[in-house]
Design a protein around this ligand. Structure first.
Ligand code: CO6
Length: 434
């Protein structure tokens, strides 16, 4: 039988493994090149992986929910349609897929490290939980003792964070105090109040991405003290320019130009001028990022939100920004983003103007330190100063809202940066060639 191995693809620069969340095929199915095979999830993104070949699926080595290392053989495709009898040994691996891997048998060891958890545990740990456990030196036994609040008792990020907090507070108790007082109950700051479900109420289970978004939002609010500043920008010239050039731009470059690439261009230029806003906080250190990588919040048809990144945005012209934005937005909506395409962002833009919203207070996309929300562009009466006196004119205006991390960005800096974005938009050259 001529066969082809489907392996776990490379999922991004630093990602070593992914979880198979869904198989779209089963053993015996005939597939064509580009048919969707499976969905894989990391702590960052879900991707659907298509088949690179035509054939018949003869073997699936890992069931759904298995955590599998990059390069592992996930399935075998018979290219000529012939099917060999499966070997007994292979059949066993499928059952044990979440618990074992192909690492050589280890010498007897006393180190029950977290890395070994997927070989030893009956429980599933997401890559995110495992990373936190590793970084915080949570032993395998500790991890196993944490009560999970997820489906089937899965340990979620909030569970391990709550565990770390209670571990920290009990470690922080001075020895004398620990002995003299009965153990005080850990302060459970992050426990949400109980919710009653009445007759007629509908309970909707959050999907995996929604849970990740929820966790990231809570984490961001806990990590950074957010403040938001707002400016108004007169964008009449850029609206006139875009309306005039919309069709010819599409004809010439094959891509539709909206306002987003123009917002992105202005943001990238301002970030290059204000490096402190293009940064991250690491303990007591501020890391000024060399690259200006602008993330764009994209609403997905399933109601979730994802933030693909336009890399080196300050080096791209308007055509390049438009093409990359359209490509990434399209890939995001169709679950076709490569995990690497949502990593490395240094700033984020969220455009709620297309929903008709005017002002908002967006939540910072950690570990970045600022996020811009762009409101709807609307015609408004405005007072203009002219050589012959003030006049009232109809102008295109919009609000720009910037949330920033007050640990390192004060109001003066945040406000100046925001004003600079507005200035770039207001000074858009109405005669710019396409
Ligand atoms: N003003 C006026 N008109 C707008 C604006 C604004 N701000 N934004 C878009 N549009 C127009 C746009 O030009 C298109 O018009 P035509 O070109 O004349 O057809 C039209 O609205 C549709 O634009 P579209 O959204 O398809 O494309 P765009 O390039 O502007 O945006 C995108 C791409 C990926 C950002 C967008 O499709 C998207 O997913 N937006 C949603 C982002 C989102 O959900 N963010 C979270 C908001 S909630 O941040 C939030 C603070 C909290 C509450």
């Amino acid at each position: 039988m001529a066969s082809f191995n489907i392996v776990m693809p490379k999922l991004g620069e630093s990602i070593q493994e992914g979880t198979i969340t869904k198989w779209f095929v089963k053993e015996g199915d005939t597939i064509e090149e580009d048919d969707m095979l499976f969905e894989v999830a990391t702590d960052k993104v879900d991707s659907e992986i298509p088949s690179p070949v035509d054939g018949v699926i003869t073997k699936i080595n890992y069931p759904e929910d298995s955590l599998v290392a990059v390069g592992e053989v996930l399935a075998v495709v018979s290219l000529d349609g012939e099917v060999d009898e499966p070997e007994a040994e292979q059949a066993e691996t499928k059952e044990e897929a979440t618990k074992t891997d192909d690492a050589p048998a280890k010498e007897e060891t006393t180190d029950a490290s977290v890395d070994d958890s997927r070989k030893l545990s009956n429980r599933f740990y997401s890559p995110l939980v495992k990373t936190i456990a590793k970084e915080e030196n949570v032993s395998f036994d500790e991890l196993e003792s944490i009560e999970g609040s997820g489906v089937g008792g899965r340990v979620q990020k909030k569970d391990i964070l709550a565990y770390l907090e209670s571990r920290e507070s009990s470690n922080a108790q001075p020895e004398a105090k620990k002995e003299s007082k009965p153990a005080a109950p850990a302060i459970e700051k992050k426990v949400a109040p109980p919710v009653s479900v009445g007759a007629g109420d509908t309970v909707v289970e959050m999907d995996r991405v929604r849970k990740l978004i929820a966790d990231h939002m809570v984490m961001s609010k806990q990590v950074s003290p957010h403040v938001t500043s707002v400016v108004e920008a007169d964008v009449t010239d850029l609206v006139i320019w875009r309306n005039k050039n919309k069709e010819s731009f599409q004809k010439k470059y094959g891509d539709k130009i909206t306002f987003m690439p123009i917002f992105t261009e202005a943001v990238a230029a301002a970030l290059a001028e204000f490096p402190m806003v293009n940064s991250s906080v690491d303990g007591d250190k501020i890391i000024l990022k060399k690259d200006v990588n602008v993330g764009i919040a994209v609403a997905k048809p399933d109601g979730n939100l994802i933030v693909p990144v336009i890399r080196n945005a300050e080096q791209r012209n308007l055509v390049g920004l438009t093409k990359e934005l359209n490509r990434l937005a399209d890939a995001a909506r169709n679950n076709k983003l490569d995990p690497s395409e949502i990593q490395g962002g240094t700033f984020t833009i969220t455009n709620f103007g297309s929903f008709g919203n005017i002002i908002g207070t967006p939540i910072i996309n950690q570990p970045q330190v600022a996020i811009l929300a762009t409101g709807i562009i609307e015609k408004k009466p405005a007072v203009l100063e002219t050589p012959s006196g003030d006049v009232i004119a109809i102008r295109h205006k919009m609000y720009l809202s910037l949330s920033y991390d007050h640990r390192i960005v004060d109001g003066a800096l945040g406000g100046a940066f925001l004003r600079r974005i507005a200035d770039h938009l207001e000074q858009f050259d109405i005669n710019r060639a396409i």
